[in-house]
Design a protein around this ligand. Structure first.
Ligand SMILES: [Zn+2]
Length: 469
């Protein structure tokens, strides 16, 4: 950083490099003053930009023609495409009708690719042969603007529904992709070998236990009035917090209250379907479901401090069995690492738990997280049931989760849960009894006796004494 004079108070100040911009956004105390003129701006670093910036438009500006977007409309055409493209064609006529970028959190890598010259900013995706091989919907839930507020129910049919506009050069991208796959998991191989799962050639296709699935990847698309309503807050409060707490990343959140849809730069979710996907919305077919929040340490790397992978695998096995009985199974996998606090916070908590006086006990399990993060959980399951509505699910016969937060959110969304299935004791890793007992004490579903203060203090995790490098 080679600049002299860096005024933190005003944002864009001082004079070393001249920068021509068509609109200059001056963020001060969350108040945006948009000036429309060619300005001489002083950049506070040695950064040299020779192109005009495309900063957000503002209401009342001449030539703004956002494409109509009616959230909850009956067809994708009536609803309208979601356009957040930075493509010159979209910016020129200011047809952008949402805030953010395509690609979820990966929009930042896209920005990097453009910055280093690896990607032409004008590149348009070729969507030939990318449409879903299995149908999802449409379902009546898609037409209730309050039922689905955090994903675009038409996100997977974009290439067909808006084919004409795409052919005409408008940059409209899918936020959902659906595909098919075979899964090979060591646990399934073992389950087949031990006779718990049979090879049927349809769901489990061979002696290795390979499982036939349909799957979907879903990026977040937030309808801000609906998200605000879901949490019982007003839209302005939500927009302001999103703007401020992301370091002012999206000025349109507060300059363009006419744009109601936001594509946040956060992780999305994956859906794995076992059996016929059409059965998900068929109330005469039994449904087994697990909603799983990412835990990289356990899910992928086998860490034994929690029950995440064992419960996930148990959920998959039960979904496979349900599909083989003529029903259907679904696992939804959310990228909400470490209760949406992230893995850095999670590891800090692990350290604090292991080092605290008296050792790692179930009694203090949530307290350590709260000390560090300020809250014990930021997953806020209220948005989670959207994907179940997208799949057309109206009831769950067997819910493979003990979480009271997930249960409450799903039931409040109007989806009946008929049976809750706890993880079997023999699948709980030794060091994760601290987690599971603390969760049961906080309200998680369990068929065992309720834990007491004394019993929670007695549930201790491993110390670090057995680890030496
Ligand atoms: Zn875990």
């Amino acid at each position: 950083m080679g600049g002299s004079g860096f005024d933190m108070g005003v944002g864009l100040v001082v004079a070393e490099t001249e920068l021509s911009v068509s609109e200059l956004v001056d963020v001060s105390a969350a108040l945006l003053i948009v000036r429309r003129s060619s300005c001489s701006v002083v950049w506070s670093t040695d950064l040299t930009l020779d192109k005009a910036l495309s900063l957000p438009a503002y209401p009342g500006q001449v030539g703004i023609r956002p494409v109509t977007l009616n959230w909850g409309a009956n067809t994708p055409q009536e609803r309208g495409p979601i356009i957040v493209s930075r493509h010159p064609s979209a910016l020129k006529i200011r047809q952008v009708n949402a805030v953010g970028s395509y690609g979820g959190s990966y929009c930042v890598y896209r920005a990097l690719a453009v910055a280093i010259g690896a990607l032409e900013p004008t590149h348009l995706p070729n969507l030939e042969n990318t449409t879903p091989p299995v149908a999802i919907g449409p379902h009546p839930q898609w037409n209730d603007p309050s039922k689905i507020v955090s994903i675009d129910p038409y996100g997977h049919v974009v290439a067909d529904a808006f084919a004409d506009q795409i052919r005409a050069g408008t940059d409209i991208r899918p936020s959902i992709a659906v595909t098919k796959a075979h899964m090979t998991l060591e646990e399934m191989t073992t389950a087949v070998r031990q006779g718990r799962i049979q090879v049927d050639g349809r769901v489990v296709i061979n002696e290795r236990g390979d499982v036939n699935v349909a799957k979907a990847a879903v990026e977040p698309v937030w309808y801000l009035p609906g998200v605000a309503a879901r949490f019982g807050i007003d839209e302005a409060t939500l927009r302001r917090a999103l703007f401020e707490e992301t370091g002012g990343m999206y000025p349109e959140l507060i300059t363009r209250s006419d744009l109601k849809v936001f594509l946040p730069p956060i992780g999305g979710l994956s859906v794995y379907i076992f059996g016929n996907p059409e059965y998900l919305s068929d109330p005469t077919k039994k449904l087994t479901a697990r909603v799983h929040d990412e835990c990289n340490g356990s899910d992928v790397f086998g860490s034994d401090i929690c029950t995440c992978r064992p419960y996930l695998i148990y959920g998959i096995e039960e979904c496979v069995k349900e599909a083989q009985r003529g029903g259907v199974g679904v696992v939804v996998y959310f990228r909400k690492e470490g209760r949406a606090l992230g893995e850095v916070t999670k590891y800090l908590v692990y350290n604090a738990r292991k080092r605290q006086e008296g050792g790692d006990t179930a009694a203090n399990y949530f307290l350590r997280t709260e000390n560090i993060a300020g809250v014990k959980d930021m997953r806020f399951q209220a948005l989670m049931p959207d994907v179940l509505h997208w799949l057309g699910i109206t009831k769950i016969d067997r819910f493979m989760s003990m979480s009271n937060m997930k249960y409450d959110a799903i039931v409040e969304a109007g989806i009946e849960i008929r049976e809750r299935c706890a993880i079997p004791d023999d699948l709980i890793p030794a060091d994760s009894h601290v987690e599971i007992e603390a969760k049961i004490a906080s309200g998680y579903f369990s068929t065992g006796p309720a834990p007491t203060t004394t019993s929670l203090e007695a549930v201790k995790g491993r110390s670090w004494d057995d680890i030496s490098h």
